[in-house]
Design a protein around this ligand. Structure first.
Ligand SMILES: [Zn+2]
Length: 503
């Protein structure tokens, strides 16, 4: 995600501008008690369903080896433990979504292929409380379930390492959920509906569950296919490649395929009056820009991606996915949604700096993803650092002045939001996880020299392609590759409540 602020020119004010709080709802999503999938309880309010033969399709073969790329080792999140279920390893989500703007109704047919990670009598997914399940089946048989707060609990026995197909029909008007942050550019996360009944999503660190049933925790990456329907000339846009687009009885139907697994916070779907423009980066990556019809300004802005992508590839290596798109929506923020970056329609979020920032995340955040929210610094530190280097080159100012400004704010950030890798859960996404690890990477670059630093900065995401990593992994990897014990340095920057001593 981008850090808010007029970062490019106001060098010293970047930090302060970025951290201005206000207008946001503080506090996390009201907590829901986590369920224990192995628990003995029967549903208190059983909701048996009638499986409708016509409405359930067999879906994918769960044992298809092409799904193996999405095998994960899901964990319980240490920062937001109320979201996600480590008993579920989602492999593939097929989401058939129809948006009716007039009534603001979403109708969904979801087919989830997953692996159970343990023997259990029940399992659960995160699922928005404003949505209603109309029917649900497991491997083609109707199954019992209950909706408890934001948890959809399916009461059916599952065996460790067996794969299953869960299918559900649901509808409702999705409501976003409160964001655990004090930032001013977003206060709710998940599905958003504009005044014109267009829709878009941003959902970091969670909130995908506001519009589909999902294991909404970053350690569980999965493959996605989408079929999106809405009244023409509006169109539905999602991650991955556009496979088809048809007009049927006044509706636009698009099919999207994401061919590498993504964490749920990196999924995007929008319905609206978008125009698509095709492009290609100098390195040959196919690009698409989805901008509001007639909005030449936003199209001109996002087109800088064509050249900027090459600038990033010079530092981080070849772009890690098979396509890249940009989706411009009515937001104040920007989000690195995998292969289809979602950008708010503001001067700053459409600036070259933010476009660079979100593209860097395709390597740092999307190709390799934090195992849980404790380590979101792994994403933001490198994105912020490369953003600064790009701005410095583009606008011709030295980085040292900016770095000094960040250093001057270090202690205040640690004191207000916590150390970058041990932050206060109610202050998600504050300056501490951006500027402090960026300073750390700069110091490490000075120590190692640019050649070794960039060689390793390039090698790390590739070494965890389509995977997840945590604090122990990345600190051990950098130590091993440099032949130095870097753990004390990482700890000092990322875990200490005191600013590190000047280098
Ligand atoms: Zn970011």
């Amino acid at each position: 995600m981008r850090m808010r602020g007029a970062a490019t020119l106001a060098v010293l004010s970047l930090l302060l501008a970025g951290c201005t709080a206000g207008g946001a709802e503080p506090g996390a999503e009201p907590s829901q008690s986590a369920t224990t999938p192995t628990g003995p309880s029967e549903p208190s309010e059983p909701s048996p369903t009638k499986a409708d033969d016509e409405s359930f399709s067999p879906g994918l073969d769960p044992d298809d080896p092409s799904l193996d790329v999405a095998l994960s080792r899901p964990v319980e999140d240490r920062v937001y433990p109320d979201v996600g279920d480590p008993g579920v390893d989602a492999l593939h989500y097929q989401l058939d979504l129809t948006w009716t703007a007039k009534s603001e109704q979403l109708e969904g047919v979801e087919t989830l292929t997953f692996r159970a990670t343990r023997d259990a009598r029940q399992f659960q997914l995160d699922f928005g409380r404003s949505l209603r399940v109309k029917s649900l089946s497991l491997d083609g048989e109707e199954a019992r379930f209950r909706e408890r707060g934001k948890d959809l609990v399916v009461t059916a026995p599952v065996r460790a390492d067996q794969r299953y197909t869960l299918q559900l029909h649901y509808d409702g008007t999705p409501r976003p959920v409160a964001a655990p942050t004090t930032r001013s550019d977003f206060s709710t996360i998940g599905w958003q509906i504009t005044d014109d009944a267009e829709t878009w999503t941003m959902q970091e660190p969670f909130g995908a569950y506001s519009w589909y049933a999902v294991n909404d925790q970053p350690s569980d990456k999965a493959l996605y296919d989408f079929t999106l329907s809405t009244r023409s000339p509006w169109v539905g846009v999602a991650n991955g490649k556009l496979r088809s687009r048809d007009e049927e009885a006044g509706s636009t139907v698009t099919e999207w395929h994401l061919d590498e697994p993504a964490a749920s916070y990196l999924v995007t779907v929008a319905f609206g009056d978008f125009t698509m423009t095709r492009d290609r980066s100098k390195g040959g990556v196919p690009l698409t820009y989805w901008t509001p019809r007639g909005d030449e300004r936003s199209l001109r802005s996002v087109r800088v991606a064509r050249d900027e992508l090459g600038w990033i590839e010079d530092r981080l290596g070849p772009y890690p996915f098979s396509s890249l798109g940009f989706l411009v929506v009515d937001s104040d923020s920007g989000m690195e949604t995998q292969t289809m970056i979602t950008l708010g329609d503001t001067d700053y979020t459409l600036s070259g700096a933010v476009v660079v920032h979100e593209m860097v995340h395709q390597w740092y955040g999307d190709q390799v993803t934090p195992r849980d929210w404790r380590d979101v610094w792994m994403n933001e530190g490198m994105a912020m650092y490369l953003q600064l280097l790009w701005e410095s080159q583009e606008f011709g100012f030295p980085i040292n002045q900016t770095l000094a400004g960040w250093t001057a704010e270090d202690q205040r950030l640690r004191s207000s939001a916590g150390p970058p890798a041990s932050y206060d859960p109610s202050t998600f996404g504050e300056g501490n996880i951006y500027y402090l690890p960026a300073l750390m990477w700069h110091q490490l670059r000075e120590q190692l020299g640019g050649r070794q630093f960039w060689r390793l900065a390039k090698a790390w995401p590739r070494s965890r392609d389509n995977g997840n990593a945590g604090y122990e992994d990345i600190t051990a990897w950098w130590s091993q590759k440099t032949g130095r014990n870097l753990r004390p340095m990482f700890d000092r920057w990322l875990l200490s409540r005191q600013s590190p001593p000047a280098a």
